[in-house]
Design a protein around this ligand. Sequence first.
Ligand code: FAD
Length: 373
Amino acid sequence: MPLIRNALVVGGGIAGMSAALVLSRLGIEIDLVDQDPDWRVYGAGISITGPTLRAFQHLGILEDFRQHGYCASDTRLFTPQGHPIGEIATPPLAADLPAGGGIMRPILHEMLASRTRTAAADIRLGVTVDSLTEDAEGVDVQFSDGREGRYDLVIGADGIYSRMRTLLFPEAPRPRFTGQACWRITVPRPPQVTGVEMYLGAPIKAGVNPCAADKMYLFALESIAPNTRHTPADLPDLLRQRLSGFGGAIAFVRDQITDDSIINFRPLEALLLPGPWHTGRTILIGDAAHATTPHLASGAGMAMEDAVVLGAELAAADSLPAALSAFMARRFDRAALVVNNSVRLGEIEQSGVHSEEHPRLMNATMAALAQPL
Ligand SMILES: Cc1cc2nc3c(=O)[nH]c(=O)nc-3n(C[C@H](O)[C@H](O)[C@H](O)COP(=O)(O)OP(=O)(O)OC[C@H]3O[C@@H](n4cnc5c(N)ncnc54)[C@H](O)[C@@H]3O)c2cc1C
């Protein structure tokens, strides 16, 4: 008999869909709302680390990933001009896991969404939560489509700009601009790019990662002034300029850019909500509680791990308060490690000074995240 009978998940991104899958397996009836009427996700690639693959395994999407994503193990390092300077071998976390890889976000979204459609009792799109009133036995929810519901638990998984965070914790910190922006574009994968390639030493840190047998994506991190925004029509020329002077795979990407290319330019922000991320019957997970920059490629993995750990604690504890406290005890330090160290890596990059702290911090963080959940 589960501790709770039903739960509402607010936000159908990686965190929310993962929570819906994990909790429904415990016999908990799940309703999910997402404010996007089309339940879309933007078309970039996403890098997948060993711990994220372990979360995939928990969620039952590892075989789909092997089929539709790209599995890789080594990271190759180059000068900006494309001369090889080293290789980092990444061992898999377990014999039955790939070491790492990449996938297109819309493919990952569909892998989770198809399972969520089966697992959830009700999915309503174009809908959000207007208000919540919590008492000892449940949470009354007023939805934006005029409907009402009562739930044993409400899970806020509505991303970095979370409205649920504002409703539950009005004093919560806001996302903070970290000084950099990330450029992303997806192009065909040339056969010689078989894993992550990083081009280090220029003011812009650029890399590529295969995200399907025939695709790879470029990520490039640039220091920018606050409030820098570009109009979409300017992005192709601006990205070409940013990538001028690079060789190797980065030059290949530059040559693929056309005026119709879909290019994503995103100023980076981070947020770490002080604990606890829950009240008596509501909880925040994923970017709503801990949004990170891409430096450790771990935000999606952390969102999935939140769902896995929440499910494990709901299954193991003898009361809801005990489950939520146990969740916090397992999640806060791990999420803080990712957010704080990602921000620090960005600060080192912005200083422009070559520092041994950067690889040391990356290796130490990845080693810590490789530990059991
Ligand atoms: C530039 C960049 C690159 C990144 N690259 C990587 C990477 O390579 N690897 C990695 O692991 N992580 C990466 N991340 C982090 C990763 O994308 C996030 O950590 C992850 O998407 C968080 O998932 P989420 O479900 O918490 O939030 P989201 O993915 O933002 O999903 C939130 C969902 O909630 C919905 N929603 C929003 N507001 C409401 C509302 N009020 N009511 C109802 N629904 C709502 C949205 O429509 C959306 O479906 C990157 C992040 C950035 C910014």
